[in-house]
Design a protein around this ligand. Sequence first.
Ligand SMILES: NC(=O)c1ccc[n+]([C@@H]2O[C@H](COP(=O)([O-])OP(=O)(O)OC[C@H]3O[C@@H](n4cnc5c(N)ncnc54)[C@H](O)[C@@H]3O)[C@@H](O)[C@H]2O)c1
Length: 335
Amino acid sequence: MVPRYPDVQFWNLDQLTYAGNLLNLSSIEHAENYTFIHSDITDLDKLNSLFEAHDFTTVIHFAAESHVDRSILGPVVFAETNTVGTLKLLEAARRHWGASASNFTDGSRRFYHVSTDEVYGSLSEEGYFTEQTPYDPRSPYSASKAASDHFVRAYYHTYKLPFVISNCSNNYGPYQFPEKLIPLVILNAIQGKPIPIYGKGENVRDWLHVGDHCEAIDTILRYASTGHTYNIGGGNEHSNLELVGMLLDEVDKARGQEAGHSRSLITFVTDRPGHDFRYAMDYSLLNKDLGWEPAYSLAEGLQDTVLWYLNNQKWLEAVADQSYREYYTRQYASR
Ligand SMILES: NC(=O)c1ccc[n+]([C@@H]2O[C@H](COP(=O)([O-])OP(=O)(O)OC[C@H]3O[C@@H](n4cnc5c(N)ncnc54)[C@H](O)[C@@H]3O)[C@@H](O)[C@H]2O)c1
């Protein structure tokens, strides 16, 4: 596969933590305009030498520790990667782009920071997060992402570093590590294992297909004005219990089983501490300014996702290795 922009040189820097996997990149690994760099965003010397060698004009910053449950088990690495790592990337860009960064309001240099809806805290049954909602992070993960968003804006105000930020709701789709709800449910259903649901499954999330998230990022990267922030959401709010039910019905359908067959695997477990009740994104600004809206309906997206996991069981087995099983036992076995 050739990346969408054949005239652009892509360097993909990733530390390949438990969540990173070169198998996910096999379709582009031989593309002429693509280079993989195995490195850590907290290594400032390495970042400086890479900026020096390749004269990057754009940073799209995805790298993170991203799983809330892991942030509760071990918060420090979240601050190190998400907050300090972002700071070091900003610093490398500032040093390389230098004092002339203020001339880059035309978008010829851009630091794109990928962030989350979780920085806004938790909603009750009413209302939506807008770009004006005050930050109120409640987990070590969301606190580390909120801090990183603040550093990005501070670099703009202090050094004129040209940034855009997007805050997105829960993603799902192919290649997602099976600690996250949707692939975990599919994996356990395939294996006939109990499907753990926190509390009574009443917590509400707004689901977005990862393909729609990437289209939104591409649109914002190319067309947003410097210094702007956009919310990205799916308009697909469901309680965890509803979502898992829909997903299990898709798994049953795809495997030719009777509807409701896999729902018997649902098992309620002790709730996550400080579990945010509801996230819901108002993405009308992005729609009004740049015309983006999600292309996938949730039904289509879940169907595609279930088929992808059923057709890629070798991938699932490869990523759900010993360390995943140890994590899973720590997280769910005693609840
Ligand atoms: N998944 C979601 O639902 C969601 C929603 C909104 C925003 N986001 C944001 O999108 C970004 C990507 O999320 P994801 O779900 O793909 O995360 P992920 O955990 O699946 O993948 C994170 C990637 O970052 C790499 N990484 C981790 N630490 C690193 C370091 N120190 N240096 C270099 N690379 C490192 C990992 O190897 C992995 O490839 C994150 O910034 C996350 O906060 C995710």
